[in-house]
Design a protein around this ligand. Structure first.
Ligand code: BES
Ligand code: MN
Ligand code: ZN
Length: 490
């Protein structure tokens, strides 16, 4: 799919499929009115067929042989969102697929001039995300007929250039999201720690990043016993991955992105019941997000030096697996008593955070983890939980999430719950009680981030979907990539 930037009128477009968005009350919108030029009385037909512009409602009109106009409802203009913009574009490409159209001209939803670049970007993202499918293991592949997408933004002169940049940014971001989806959707039998390390190496090679992969022996030397304890029960070798982006000019700050990379979470000896274990290939979604984001960051460029760090391993049961009651010492010297082997993510992150803090010495650390079911209980399946005691940083992060159209919500790091992690024989236990489970996980991590400005994002809910919406397909979602890219490149 190739994207072109154009500022002309939709009625002049030659593509096989023309798509425009219509808000509620579109009848008085001058842009939509001008579509009557395509065919006299076209909009009368739309109204007579009860097309009102409700979200997702479509109206199809055949203009001539091989040429169709589709109006897609956008709903109320005042509450129209970035997510809805992506869905709009995803519906357009679905219409194109249905018509087997090779070319699509799509109008960016009308909006305030200052918002136009963002809506242009997300129109492109919606086209790419809407065509996503993980069909690697299907005998019958989905074929995408669409070759060219012309993106129409209503701007003149100099602004056209900024729209071209937005289109490019949309392409790069959405491709990174799809790459993260691919990594998450890949079965754990293939998507092992080594597979993640190879994916990182490939991205580094393609986009000119620095990459270093540490073996379990290297990690042992660095004292990462919490991380290594988790991977011990698996016959797959643990791999510690470190990717670096360095800007051409002197970096204005250093950012570390830490992703949970448990390629399969059986729960270990605190074994998950079968139904909860199904789907646990998703437990490396944080690592997929940070690794894939690096591809986008390298292509778009950033003022910052950016590090992606993943302590990848598999949480399994075997004669060598870690046990309940064991005590391990982390890279920072903290000793942890294991009272639940299924709270493994925080142990891998503990050493990854220490590595980030002491080796990279960043100004800011962000971690991304499918960390707790409790976060899903608190916020549901669509919303990530954000925890931080650095107010300004948390606010900046949440602003990026809003810009990117990803749903995130702040939870407190309630000090009163910290006592739940006290151990009679070690510095800490790895789990607290049931209530406040997302927060005690956050408090556990805070011990390792220490004073470095740090934001923890629990993506257990939004990392995957059980059903499809136009721009987000069932399975891995690539959640957090868009926000990371926004935060690092804007
Ligand atoms: N990987 C899970 C969390 C998870 C649950 C991710 C559902 C995605 C969907 C994590 O390692 C885990 O098992 N957490 C435990 C923590 C508990 C033992 C304190 C949980 O949430 O039950
Ligand atoms: Mn677990
Ligand atoms: Zn896990």
């Amino acid at each position: 799919m190739k994207f072109q930037n154009t500022a002309g009128a939709l009625s002049n477009e030659k593509s096989g499929l023309l798509v425009a968005g219509a808000y509620l009350g579109y009848e008085s919108d001058s842009g939509i009115k001008s579509l009557d030029k395509l065919s006299d009385g076209l909009l009368d037909v739309a109204t007579s067929e009860n097309f009102t512009g409700k979200p997702g409602q479509t109206f199809s009109f055949r203009l001539e042989e091989g040429k169709t106009l589709v109006l897609i409802g956008l709903g109320d203009k005042n509450s129209f969102s970035i997510e809805q913009c992506r869905d709009y574009a995803a519906r357009a490409v679905a219409a194109a697929a249905k018509l087997k159209a090779k070319s699509l001209s799509i109008a960016v939803p009308s909006c305030r001039a200052t918002q136009l670049p963002r809506y242009a970007q997300n129109t492109v993202e919606g086209c790419i995300l809407g065509t996503y499918s993980f069909d690697k293991y299907k005998s019958k592949k989905v074929k995408n007929s669409l070759e060219t997408v012309r993106v129409l933004a209503d701007v003149k002169g100099k602004k056209t250039k900024s729209i071209a940049a937005s289109i490019k940014k949309g392409e790069i971001t959405a491709n990174a999201v799809c790459q993260a989806r691919d990594l998450v959707n890949e079965p754990a039998d293939t998507a092992t720690p080594s597979f993640l390390a190879n994916a990182a190496k490939k991205i580094a090679k393609t986009h000119g990043l620095k990459v270093k992969v540490y073996s379990a022996a290297d990690c042992k030397k660095m004292g990462m016993n919490l991380y290594l304890a988790v991977g011990r029960g698996s016959s797959e070798a643990a791999k510690f991955i470190h990717l670096t982006y360095t800007p051409k000019r002197k970096a204005t700050k250093k950012i570390a992105l830490v992703g949970k990379g448990v390629t399969f979470d059986s729960g270990g000896y605190s074994l998950k019941p079968s139904a909860s274990m199904m789907g646990m290939k998703v437990d490396m979604a944080g690592s997929a997000a940070v690794i894939s984001s690096m591809a986008a960051i390298a292509q778009i460029g950033s003022k910052y030096e950016v590090h992606a760090i993943v302590a990848a391993c598999e949480n399994m049961v075997s004669g060598n697996a870690y046990k309940l009651g064991d005590v391990f010492k982390g890279m920072d010297g903290t000793t942890v008593e294991i009272n639940n082997t299924d709270a493994e993510g925080r142990l891998t992150l503990a050493d990854a955070l220490t590595f980030a803090r002491t080796k990279v010495k960043p100004d800011e650390i962000f971690d991304f983890a499918t960390l707790t079911g409790a976060c899903m209980v608190a916020l549901g399946n669509y919303t990530a939980g954000v925890m931080s005691d650095h107010n300004n940083l948390a606010k900046q992060w949440l602003t990026s999430a809003e810009n990117a159209g990803e749903d995130m919500w702040r939870l407190p790091l309630t000090k009163a719950l910290r006592g739940q992690l006290n151990s009679p024989i070690a510095d800490m236990k790895n789990t607290g009680e049931r209530y406040g489970g997302a927060i005690t996980a956050g408090l556990f991590l805070q011990n390792f981030a220490k004073d470095t400005p740090w934001v923890h994002t629990d993506i257990a809910g939004p990392a995957s979907r059980t059903g499809s919406t136009p721009a987000i397909k069932k399975g891995g979602t690539g959640f957090a990539v868009a926000t990371i890219v926004d935060y690092v490149t804007n």
